[in-house]
Design a protein around this ligand. Structure first.
Ligand code: UT7
Length: 328
């Protein structure tokens, strides 16, 4: 049996400098620090400034991940950017950053799987690494959701935020690496989180702009109900496939969507708060970027040791959900 595996050899992250607190939002929409904190766990978030693009943050996060991995740009053979907020519809953001990073040997493309995008991209990268097709793949989860928010819609503008996280996935040997992963979709709930205009179904026009159809719209409560069940289920599945149980998990690194969702999933799995990494209070919901940002923080804080078991799981627009287990 093959012992080749895909290990995470380096991590990086980058967020905008500008901090927007709940108090700042109280001045823009009818909300309160108390509502946002108790309903979501968010206290502040990073919001990009004028002229900043999602690629700005991808590039910084990717450089740090490559440095940490000890990999040169020319050794990267594939770049996957998971995002719903690319620099522009064409070309893929991955192509823009391939040039900026000098990764001229890399095939580069974007993936869209909502907030589950990073786990989806990690799963795809794993296949290319384990099959021997690529020695090193750069996987980035990045969003500039602030550019697609209606700052008069309190149901979304208090939740979503900006940032990027990156990992290099490299050839390795079991027992280290991605032990198992799973991806799911239920397009029957595609209307829960949408950005209706700007595509072929509704090309941009003065009317779509006037109606605010270029902004993210979310059925928050319906999404919430689906989230807990789907995340807990996929976590148990990927653990079982790896021959592990929740007790074996050193760190649970969930998508940072809502503190209450994270708590409820932790309860279902029997993973106590001390083993559950949470940074939503500082960064809000950065969609596909939230897991790689959390992973970089935890790794750079020296909290992950060789052999540790990391459980990651996310859900989001689609609806999509996904999970993976990594032995560090
Ligand atoms: O990243 C993956 C995708 N998305 C998610 O994970 C989101 C999942 N959903 C959630 O996190 C929660 O549903 C929210 C935080 C978005 C909302 O919390 P909720 O407990 O589900 O609230 P709700 O939507 O049921 O609204 C409750 C009340 C409503 O008022 P009424 O109708 O009860 O009078 C809302 O109008 O809260 C109101 N409300 C607000 N009040 C103050 C909604 N947003 C706000 C706000 N400030 N920002």
């Amino acid at each position: 049996m093959s012992t080749s595996s895909a290990i995470i050899s380096g991590t990086g992250m980058s967020v905008p400098d500008r901090v927007v607190t709940n108090k700042d939002l109280e001045k823009i929409v009818d909300t309160s620090d108390e509502w946002i904190t108790t309903r979501t766990g968010i206290r502040e978030r990073r919001i990009a400034g004028e002229g900043e693009k999602v690629s700005t943050f991808c590039i910084k996060a990717a450089r740090d991940a490559m440095d940490a991995a000890g990999v040169t740009p020319l050794e990267i053979q594939m770049i996957i950017v998971a995002t719903v907020t690319p620099d522009q519809p064409i070309p893929a953001t991955a192509c823009i950053i391939q040039k900026a990073l000098g990764c001229t040997n890399a095939a580069a493309f974007d993936m869209q799987a909502g907030c589950s995008g990073f786990i989806y991209a990690q799963s795809v990268a794993k296949q290319f690494v384990v099959s021997g097709r690529c020695k090193h793949v750069l996987v980035i989860g990045a969003e500039l959701l602030s550019k697609f928010l209606n700052w008069e819609d309190r149901a979304t503008c208090v939740i979503f935020a900006d940032g990027a996280g990156a990992v290099v996935m490299s050839e390795g040997e079991l027992p280290r690496g991605v032990l198992s992963s799973a991806m799911y979709t239920d397009g029957g709930m595609a209307d829960f989180i949408t950005l209706p205009a700007g595509g072929s179904a509704m090309p941009p026009s003065a009317e779509t702009v006037e109606k605010g159809l270029h902004f993210i719209q979310m059925k928050g409560n319906e999404t919430f109900k689906m989230a807990v069940r789907s995340i807990a289920g996929v976590c148990l599945e990927v653990l079982e496939n790896a021959g592990l149980t929740p007790d074996d998990v050193t760190w649970f690194i969930p998508h940072q969507a809502n503190q209450r969702i994270i708590g409820a999933v932790g309860n279902r799995l029997g993973i106590t708060d001390e083993r559950c990494y949470v940074n939503i209070d500082r960064f809000g919901n950065t969609s596909a970027a939230s897991i790689p940002i959390a992973l970089d923080e935890i790794v750079r804080a020296g909290k992950v040791k060789e052999g540790d078991i990391l459980l990651m799981a996310a859900f989001g627009a689609g609806l999509t959900w996904a999970g993976s287990v990594v032995r560090w």
